[in-house]
Design a protein around this ligand. Structure first.
Ligand code: NAP
Length: 351
């Protein structure tokens, strides 16, 4: 396994930051991914699968379209060798990984896993020191790559032991977006009208299902999805009052279609789950005065949202999609167990 450093290391992982000085690992340009040398506060993982963030995977696919799947493999290799982590320099996002616990540092406490357990990390690859030895299959539909290599989690790095009652790839896909459902549960109330952009994708379906259960029969759930097969999947689930096959980057068209679906009512809550840039205004234009917008999407622009809302005179509360909420992994896995049709859809797509 290599050497154990004579050191505990920093709980936030500052001991792995190479540049710039003073940064924490997520903000760092480069982290130390020499995992032959580990620290006593670290959890060492033998990595099996990378679940790349949807916005990142799509950006890499588009940037290397001429090369096919090999293009994504090349960019992942380049990023990890340059930065010591899978931190897409264009989108700024990462993803998470699946692997087996190889070593638990002696300065750690409270670990729920033991050596040999299979776990999914619940902190971003954009801050996780990673060494890749080889890359095998690439599954574009789920943005997953089979790899061999190693990674470490810091003392503050969250993870979940993989459940035994569902396929691992399914669990990994759901855990990637685990922060979404609990936050939707917090902001949606009975009777609310809720708009979900990118509603046919992974987080979009989960948000639509969570919203439906919160707003009840007196509320409205409207989905917008540009990918026709995913829009059809969402219709078949029967959780939305309307599924609009549209482009969330076209704010006026989305607003017109949403108002047509709600009978002229602006929504109380809008949730953005798209994997492309430029959807801020569609969410803003559809949301009522003092309503709430939850930008789960990593493609969200702070300036686009802040100046866009100001520019159209919308006094709305806008939430950044924190990837973490207390109990988020359990919440999301419970949703999949309860909603058997969603589980079947996800097994088909990602399992
Ligand atoms: P996903 O499964 O790819 O879903 C995105 C959906 O949006 C897809 O169905 C996509 O269609 C659709 N879409 C793309 N462009 C659109 C447009 N112009 N109008 C309407 N729909 C459009 O992605 P995901 O895994 O759910 O992730 C969604 C977003 O959340 C990404 O930005 C990701 O980076 C972010 N994310 C955030 C966190 C967090 O902690 N906040 C964690 C994980 C992921 P196509 O199939 O055609 O692309």
């Amino acid at each position: 396994m290599g050497n154990v450093a004579n050191d505990v290391g920093d709980v936030f992982g500052a001991h792995r930051v190479l540049e710039p000085p003073g940064a924490l690992p997520q903000a760092a340009w480069r982290v130390d991914n020499d995992l032959l040398r580990v620290f006593e506060s670290e959890l060492l993982i033998d990595v099996e699968t990378l679940n790349v963030d949807a916005a990142s995977f799509r950006q890499m696919e588009e940037a290397t379209a001429a090369e096919g799947p090999e293009g994504v493999v090349r960019l992942v290799r380049e990023t990890v060798s340059t930065r010591g982590k899978q931190h897409n320099p264009v989108t700024g996002s990462g993803g998470m990984l699946l692997g087996r616990v190889a070593r638990i540092g002696s300065a750690r406490s409270g670990d729920v896993a033991t050596v040999g357990d299979r776990i999914a990390t619940l902190v971003s690859l954009s801050l996780t020191p990673l060494r890749i030895d080889s890359i095998g299959a690439v599954r574009a539909a789920s943005a997953q790559l089979d790899v061999t290599g190693q990674a470490v989690l810091f003392a503050t790095g969250l993870y979940a032991v993989l459940p035994t009652d569902m396929p691992e790839r399914l669990a990994l896909a759901a855990l990637d977006v685990a922060g979404a459902a609990p936050q939707v549960a917090r902001i949606c109330q009975k009777g609310d009208a809720v708009l979900v952009l990118g509603a046919g994708g992974k987080s979009g379906v989960i948000c639509a299902v969570e919203a439906r259960s919160r707003v009840g029969a007196s509320g409205l759930v409207i989905g917008v999805e540009s990918h026709a097969p995913y829009a059809e999947d969402l219709r078949a689930l029967g959780v939305c009052d309307a599924v609009i096959g549209g482009d969330a980057r076209d704010p006026l068209a989305v607003r017109a279609a949403v108002l047509a679906a709600t009978g002229g009512r602006e929504v109380d809550r809008a949730i953005s789950c798209v994997n492309v840039e430029g959807a801020e205004l569609a969410a803003i234009l559809c949301t009522r005065d003092r309503g709430t917008i939850y930008f789960f999407s990593m493609t969200t622009s702070f300036t686009g949202a802040a100046l866009g809302a100001e520019g159209v005179g919308k006094d709305v509360d806008m939430l950044v999609g924190n990837g973490f909420a207390h109990g988020h992994a359990e919440h999301t896995l419970a949703l999949l167990r309860r909603e058997t049709a969603v589980r079947a859809l996800f097994e088909n797509r990602y399992g």
